[in-house]
Design a protein around this ligand. Structure first.
Ligand code: SAH
Length: 241
C-alpha cells in the first residue's frame, strides 16, 4: 500500500517537474527593444520629430527611474507611481514638453518637480546644465543617487520649494515645471532669460492646460499647447491659491 502511494507520489512529482510547475521563469522583458518601440509608437507616431529629443528618449533608461517591481511596465504609455503619491510622467508628455523648449547645447535649464529624475536626465542629454528642485526630500535624494549612478554630472538637484526658483543660478534659458500651480509663479518668470522659454501646466486638481511662455522684450507671450494632468504644486503655490 505504502509502496503504491510512493509510486504515485513519484509520478506526480515527475509530471510536475516535466511541466516546470511552480518554477516558471518570469517572462523576460527586453527593455532596450521596448524603449525603441516606445519612441516609434508613442512619440514619432504622435508627431514628436526633433531628432535630438528622439535620440535622448531612445537613450535614457526609464526603467532605472521607477521602483523595481514596476520595471517591466517602464515603457507603457502612461505615468507610473514612484512613491510618496507622486508619479513619473508619461513618456509622450516628457518628450512633448522637452521638444517645446527648443534647447540648445549650451542651455542652462531649471526644472521644478524632480520626482524620479527621469525628465532631468532627458534634459541633461540636450543641454549644458540642469538645475532641478524637488519638495519631497527623499525623492530628491533618490533622484540624485540615480542620476549619479548613471553618470549625469551636469544635473544639480536641490530639495526645497521650487516656487521661488533657484535665484543663485539664474537666469535660465529654459524653465520646465512638472507639477501644477494654479498660476504662473512670478519668481520663475523673473529667472527666465530674455528670449527664453517656459513650459508649465496651470490649473486645478483635475485637469490643467500646458502653457508655453516666451519672454520677448521683457513681455511674456503665452500659448496654450496641450490639456494635461499633473500632480499639484505644493508649498508656497498652494498657500497662494
Ligand atoms: N519630472 C518628474 C515627475 C514629476 S512628478 C519625473 O521625471 O519623474 C511632480 C513632482 O513635483 C513630485 O515629485 C512633487 O513632489 C514635486 N513638487 C510638487 N510641488 C513642488 C514644489 N513646490 N517644488 C518642487 N517640487 C514640487
Amino acid at each position: 500500500m505504502c509502496r503504491v502511494r510512493r509510486v504515485w507520489q513519484f509520478l506526480i512529482l515527475a509530471v510536475l517537474a516535466a511541466s516546470g510547475c511552480g518554477q516558471k521563469p518570469a517572462p523576460v522583458v527586453d527593455l532596450a527593444s521596448e524603449r525603441q518601440r516606445m519612441v516609434q509608437e508613442q512619440l514619432m507616431s504622435r508627431g514628436i520629430h526633433e531628432e535630438r529629443v528622439l535620440a535622448a528618449m531612445a537613450k535614457v533608461p526609464r526603467e532605472e527611474f521607477v521602483p523595481k517591481e514596476t520595471r517591466p511596465a517602464s515603457y507603457t504609455d502612461q505615468p507610473l507611481p514612484i512613491g510618496y503619491s507622486q508619479t513619473i510622467s508619461q513618456p509622450y508628455v516628457v518628450a512633448f514638453m522637452t521638444e517645446q523648449l527648443q534647447l540648445k547645447r549650451d542651455a542652462r535649464v531649471l526644472e521644478i518637480g524632480t520626482g524620479s529624475g527621469y525628465q532631468a536626465a532627458i534634459l541633461a542629454e540636450l543641454a549644458a546644465e540642469v538645475y532641478t528642485i524637488e519638495i519631497i526630500e527623499p525623492l530628491a535624494k533618490n533622484a540624485e543617487a540615480t542620476l549619479a549612478r548613471l553618470s549625469y554630472k551636469n544635473v544639480h538637484v536641490k530639495a526645497g520649494d521650487g516656487y521661488k526658483g533657484w535665484p543663485e543660478s539664474a537666469p535660465f534659458d529654459a524653465v520646465i515645471v512638472t507639477c501644477a500651480p494654479d498660476h504662473v509663479p512670478q519668481p520663475l518668470v523673473d529667472q527666465l532669460k530674455e528670449g527664453g522659454r517656459m513650459i508649465i501646466p496651470v490649473g486645478g486638481l483635475g485637469e490643467q492646460e500646458l502653457y508655453l511662455l516666451e519672454k520677448k522684450n521683457g513681455q511674456l507671450e503665452k500659448r496654450t499647447v496641450l490639456p494635461v494632468r499633473f500632480v499639484p504644486m505644493t508649498g508656497e503655490a498652494a498657500k497662494r491659491q
